[in-house]
Design a protein around this ligand. Structure first.
Ligand code: NAD
Length: 504
């Protein structure tokens, strides 16, 4: 069999059917650990997306009128199928993203939390009721589904993010269109099979593959009511501006630059262990990855950097199929080039290279898109490595003298997704919680990603629009509140004419 024959031709999933792409345009999907093309994914035209939206709109009517109990029954079955198919999903995630198996399983587990939360839709949809607000009138508010909603996912969580942005939307009665990342479409297409087996009616869950053209149709089509986007900050900003201009409700989650503040009283050995996993896990391709350490005081910084240097040299970078690998490759050759350029730029801006990820054997010898763990010290505000989210294993150390200096620096950064402080001083931790201008805050927790029943979302340019992922806020985002005032008279009661404004 030739390599050519092994490359899978992928499809869209519309109205419960696999649908071949019509545009003739395809993007390559790689196994980043091997640097090999494994599939080609069709890039939908606006017309193809518009047709998919029409089928979703038709399916919406039946779905919104399906009782919430029946909808949740299907979600229960879907959840069970996710568990039963964990092995296959794990292999798909690892193959198309390069994650380790343990990491992929962790992502599935976190994805299940979103489905669990969606199973609580009956509780989320309970409205408010007031009896006899005036003249036999009862007032109540109810939460109605929006209609067709568009969801757009990034490459770095091929299963967790699609589950996080679609499950609640489906549960509360919307018809959902998912546009997965064209770099990892296979996991999302597998989810279609599970929804189908779970008994979801045709057209309620659609997958349209593509790039900007497909997204633009979702943003502008009048039959799409809301957009939930997860990806990089520049695209999140574009999605928010374009979607809202076309009258849609938009929540757009962007990138992060997440710092770990290390106080002089912290246990540095334990803190370094926490730093390593949170900073380099998944080759640092997480929006909540620790991007840099901010040790407080020269002595803390010197000791912390020395411990990290030793521990980083023992990390194992490689293909997920090898035993004992800590993290794998970045997603594409282009990503690898960008990450390596960021190291070169940091050097030209006088950062001190403590560990150079370009020196790892695998980086030079493998066809996979590997970059070794890199640690840059003495990185200052204004430098590229400080200001930008580097989506690869290049992490920084920025030295400060006081906790207040650390807080001021973090608050001045344009991104505000996650942050954490490592300390044994409760007062310092409480002051940090009070003063820090970041959406998700950890205290001795390296990646403070909230559990599924708490709201997820950053501040500043890490999130555009109102609404959160996960949590009760998501049910609000995917519904509209209708308030009804209702009056029923008995046979012996009479309505009167009133020309004054109604009051109680
Ligand atoms: P990306 O912004 O390049 O792509 C995200 C999605 O947008 C993809 O589906 C892509 O096809 C689409 N897209 C890309 N360019 C577009 C354009 N010009 N117009 C319209 N659509 C476009 O992001 P990525 O590289 O796939 O993912 C990594 C980024 O996502 C990182 O910045 C990471 O921090 C962020 N992220 C954020 C969160 C969060 O919750 N805040 C979670 C995961 C990832």
């Amino acid at each position: 069999m030739t390599v050519e024959q092994k490359v899978q031709q992928l499809h869209h999933y519309v109205n419960g059917e696999k649908v071949a792409g019509k545009s003739g345009n395809y993007a390559s999907v790689y196994n980043p650990s091997k640097g090999e093309e494994i599939a080609r994914v069709p890039l939908a035209t606006r017309e193809e997306v518009s047709e998919a939206i029409a089928t979703a709109k038709a399916a919406f009517k039946g779905w919104r009128n399906t009782s919430v109990g029946k909808r949740v029954e299907i979600l229960h079955r879907f959840r069970q199928l996710l568990v039963e198919n964990e092995q296959e999903l794990t292999e798909l995630i690892c193959t198309e993203s390069g994650k380790t198996r343990e990491d992929a399983k962790g992502e599935i587990t976190r994805g299940l939390e979103s489905v669990d939360m969606a199973i609580a839709a009956p509780q989320m949809l309970k409205g408010e009721y007031s009896v006899n607000v005036g003249g036999h009138i009862n007032a109540f508010s109810r939460k109605d589904a929006l209609g067709v909603v568009g969801t757009i996912a990034p490459f770095n969580f091929p299963v967790m993010v699609p589950l996080a942005i679609t499950s609640m939307a489906v549960a509360v009665g919307n018809a959902v269109i998912l546009k997965p990342s064209e770099k990892v479409p296979m996991s999302a297409l597998f989810l279609c099979e599970l929804w189908e087996k779970a008994g979801l009616p045709k057209g309620v869950w659609t997958v349209i593959n593509g790039g900007k053209e497909a997204v633009d149709e979702l943003l502008e089509n009048k039959d799409v009511q809301a957009i939930s986007f997860v990806g990089s900050t520049p695209i999140a900003e574009y999605i928010y501006a374009t979607g809202t201009k076309h009258g849609k409700r938009v929540a757009a989650f962007g990138g992060g630059k997440n710092f770990m503040v290390i106080m002089p009283d912290a246990d540095l050995e334990q803190t370094a262990n926490a730093f390593l996993g949170a900073a380099y896990g998944a080759a640092s391709q997480r929006c909540m990855a620790i991007s840099g350490a901010i040790p407080v005081g020269e002595d803390t910084a010197n000791r912390f950097v020395a411990i990290l240097k030793e521990k980083i040299s023992q990390l194992k970078v490689g293909d997920y199929q090898e035993a004992g690998v800590d993290f794998g490759p970045v997603i594409t050759q282009q990503s690898k080039d960008v990450v390596i350029e960021s190291i070169e730029r940091a050097i030209s801006e006088s950062a001190e290279v403590v560990v150079d990820g370009r020196d790892w054997d695998i980086v030079k010898e493998s066809k996979g898109f590997f970059v070794g763990p890199t640690l840059l010290d003495h990185v200052q505000p204004g430098m590229h490595a400080y200001e930008q989210e580097v989506f690869g294993p290049v992490r920084i150390v920025t030295r400060v003298s006081t906790l207040q200096e650390a807080i001021d620096l973090i608050n001045a950064h344009e991104l505000g997704n996650g942050v954490t402080i490592f300390t044994n001083n409760g007062g310092a931790a409480r002051h940090f919680e009070d003063e820090i201008d970041v959406g998700m805050v950890g205290v001795n927790v390296p990646i403070p990603i909230p559990v599924g029943y708490h709201n997820f979302g950053g501040f500043k340019r890490s999130k555009f629009g109102e609404g959160h992922m996960f949590g009760p806020d998501q049910a609000r985002f995917f519904t509209k509140t209708k308030t009804i005032s209702e009056k029923w008279l008995t046979a012996d009661e009479h309505a009167t004419t009133a020309f004054s404004f109604p009051s109680n």
